[in-house]
Design a protein around this ligand. Structure first.
Ligand code: HSE
Length: 432
């Protein structure tokens, strides 16, 4: 074999060190699969003294010099965050290096500019590890399904929140108790904000929507609600109607008033889904993504969404792909925003709600409540009443209506004297 391909590694945390280990352990197999050996040219870190496992002559604090070094062919970025990752990747691309990144925040924030730079330079920009860790998902969307029309992509793409919601369902615990357990078990970060408030899932949703619908979608376009307001009552109410609560990233084509497709809706929020839905069986810290396509029908991708080894597997898969492309003198498929679909506001996005109300059990109350739904143009699908003495609980599931109409209905219900309390409000997905 001729000269080895040289890889610059940016970052050597949990994922970076797993990448280094796999590169070393599998070097012969990788060489056979690529057709050329792969060697690590350098590892850029902030604190070299914290990486005794890396040969000292590979460590550097000068990441910019490393990614622009003439002998470097490929750059792997696993430092995360926007800067300095963005500047380093643009410098690498500008210097003609192909890039593999696991950086969801950067791709969701500035994917258009990075893709444009890679396209102009004729190099690859691959980032399978940025969404759902080890699960092959972006390449299937970008390549395997490139001949199909995607309708919806619905995912459980955050393991921390899925672990918390799974424990709430299993034990009846409230959010705070389940979060404490997740922290104790090492599933939640000391600062769980990015996971619990849905920022992590929103970045992944933006990347998924951009690829699925050939339209630029950024994290700022994604409607986002986290799980901190999900209560034990919400989870119990879900179980009563044969549902479970999941934090979903939902990317879908939506129809305009004339029935023609005219945009996409991209949102992250907790929702009830039927226990018969394939996503309902995804427990603990696992991830899964359910895809609905015109010709292919329904597909489900499932596996580990985080962790050093699983994420490193996705990084190495990309590394093999970009190395092969480089040897072939070509760049692989990029992304395309040719469809240019606009992102619908959440207010205009059709959703369904499940609402539980404590009401006075008196003649006319149900009619008054139903009137508020009608006044907002919201159609009721089912109503169940559980009576207890002079009080009753009404459990209402709506048909699809613009989210703003449903939210306005809930606001009005909270103001009604006949309603003693709105005890649970959650969106519902996947009900026929
Ligand atoms: N923090 C993420 C999760 C993994 O809990 O799934 C990295 O995206």
């Amino acid at each position: 074999m001729s000269d080895a391909l040289k890889v610059a590694l940016l970052g050597c945390g949990t994922v970076g060190s797993a990448v280094l280990r796999l590169l070393s352990e599998q070097s012969d197999d990788l060489a056979a699969r690529i057709g050329r050996r792969v060697e690590v040219a350098g590892v850029a870190v902030r604190r070299p003294d914290r990486h005794p496992e890396v040969p000292a002559d590979l460590l550097t604090t000068d990441a910019h010099a490393l990614v622009t070094r003439p002998d470097v062919d490929l750059v792997v970025e696993v430092i995360g965050g926007i800067e300095p990752a963005r500047s380093l990747l643009l410098a690498a691309i500008g210097a003609g290096k192909s890039v593999v990144s696991a950086n969801k925040a950067l791709l969701a924030d500035d994917g258009v500019a990075l893709h444009a730079a890679a396209s102009a330079a004729g190099v690859d920009l691959y980032y399978e590890a940025a969404v759902a860790g080890a699960i092959p998902l972006l390449r299937p969307l970008r390549e395997s399904l490139a001949g199909d029309q995607l309708r919806r992509v619905v995912g459980i793409v955050n393991g921390t929140t899925n672990y918390i919601l799974s424990r709430m369902a299993e034990t009846g615990a409230g959010f705070g108790e389940a979060l404490a357990e997740a922290t104790e078990a090492g599933y939640a970060e000391a600062d769980p904000t990015a996971d619990v408030d849905g920022f992590d899932a929103a970045a992944k949703a933006a990347i998924l929507a951009s690829l699925a619908f050939h339209s630029p979608v950024t994290a700022a376009d994604v409607y986002r609600e986290g799980i901190s307001a999900v209560s034990a009552t919400d989870v119990a109410r879900a179980a009563e109607i044969g549902c479970t609560v999941k934090l979903l990233a939902i990317c879908e084509r939506v129809a305009g008033a004339d029935g023609a497709d005219d945009g996409v809706a991209v949102r992250v929020h907790p929702a009830m889904i039927p226990t018969t839905h394939p996503l309902a069986a995804v427990g603990g810290a696992f991830n899964a993504v359910f895809v609905e396509a015109e010709a292919a029908g329904e597909l489900m991708f499932y596996g580990r969404g985080a962790g050093g080894q699983p994420t490193a597997s996705a990084v190495l898969g990309d590394l093999v792909a970009v190395a092969r492309n480089r040897l072939a003198g070509a760049a692989g498929p990029g992304t395309t925003g040719y469809a240019g679909l606009t992102v619908r506001s959440m207010a205009d996005t059709p959703t369904r709600y499940h609402i539980s109300l404590d009401v006075a059990d008196k003649p006319g109350v149900l009619a008054t409540v139903a009137h508020e739904f009608a006044a907002q143009g919201v159609s009721i699908a089912t109503v169940r009443q559980d009576g207890h003495g002079e009080a009753a609980t009404l459990v209402i599931v709506t048909h699809r209506a613009p989210d703003a109409a449903l939210a306005a209905t809930v606001t009005r219900l909270r103001e009604m004297s006949a309603v003693r309390g709105v005890t649970s409000v959650l969106r519902v997905e996947g009900l026929s």
